[in-house]
Design a protein around this ligand. Structure first.
Ligand SMILES: [Zn+2]
Length: 294
């Protein structure tokens, strides 16, 4: 499964709505307003929903999404376990639309890892968007991991037939080890925190609410990332592709793109950078022309 071939349909504008769908994984990150109207029939392909936090721009699309797509085998909606908004919405949805079958909502915590298909797992990480005690799950980032078997170093030079025999005799674990690749990282809403959580990502989708640093400085209790911080991080760690999301609608497409290129050059960002422009649905993000690439 090549991450660069993923089809992403996405909308993300700070304050208004965010939803990002990765078709090949049947995976939807966040469920803001306009989700069903934007995805149309494609919404049938959503199997797993992971909502990052309870701000309304990340969950307001859930009622209509469930009413159109709820069925016996899914979709499964995951949310931060200590957010009271989700159980309230679940209870309302069940009263409002009692015909929905198999409605399934699941609270998750930082460190939880959930298998979504064979050898692919999604884990949750606490982030600092909402001030809360560390043990509370109020705002989460998500990561998609792909586990593969890799031949142990000492067997690398052995011919294939001998490796086959060894596996037959001693089992796969004796000859190979499991290696987890970080396929996709999704920041949700968050300030830039420890770089290490995204290092090695084939694809990172990170919020970049503030294009101008002074706007971030002015909004001190607004716990979001600035474009400068995200691109500085992207230059320091290894990422194959970066998608920037959650821009404030105060910025024009031109200002966003010009600033991405300026920092891309200044920090020597080596991965291609895509962006979700305010007010626009992007229907195949990774097939667009990257705004920045070396
Ligand atoms: Zn938001």
């Amino acid at each position: 499964m090549q991450v660069s071939e993923f089809h992403l349909t996405a909308y993300s504008t700070a304050l208004f709505s965010t939803w990002i769908f990765i078709e090949e994984l049947g995976l939807l990150f966040d469920a803001g307003d306009g989700l069903s109207a934007g995805l149309l029939q494609k919404a049938r392909k959503v199997k797993y929903v992971f909502v990052s936090h309870a701000d309304r721009d990340h969950l307001a699309g859930l009622l209509q999404f469930q009413q159109l797509n709820g069925r016996a085998d899914g979709p499964l909606i995951h949310y931060p376990a200590d957010s009271g908004s989700f159980p309230a919405l679940e209870a309302f949805s069940q009263r409002f639309d009692p015909h929905i079958r198999g409605e399934a909502w699941r609270g998750i915590r930082s460190g939880d890892a959930l298998p979504i298909r064979d050898r692919i797992t999604v884990d949750a990480l606490r982030n600092d968007h909402i001030t809360a005690p560390v043990e509370w799950a109020k705002s989460l980032s998500y990561r998609v991991w792909h586990k593969k078997w890799k031949l142990r170093r000492e067997y690398l030079d052995l011919p294939g037939s001998e490796i086959k025999d060894l596996i037959a005799q001693r089992g796969r674990a004796a000859v190979s080890e499991e290696v987890a690749t970080l396929m996709v990282g999704y920041s949700g809403d968050t300030p830039v925190e420890d770089y290490g959580r995204w290092d090695g990502a084939k694809l990172l989708i990170h919020e970049a609410t503030f294009v101008r640093k002074e706007d971030q400085d002015r909004a001190r209790n607004n716990r979001h990332s600035s474009l400068e911080e995200v691109l500085r991080m992207a230059a320091e760690i290894k990422i194959d592709q970066l998608v920037l999301s959650h821009f404030s609608s105060r910025y024009s497409a031109e200002e966003i793109d010009t600033t991405i290129r300026r920092y891309g050059r200044e920090f020597r960002v080596t991965c291609p950078v895509y962006r979700l422009l305010p007010g626009q649905i992007h229907r195949d993000v990774l097939r667009e022309e990257p705004v920045w690439s070396l």
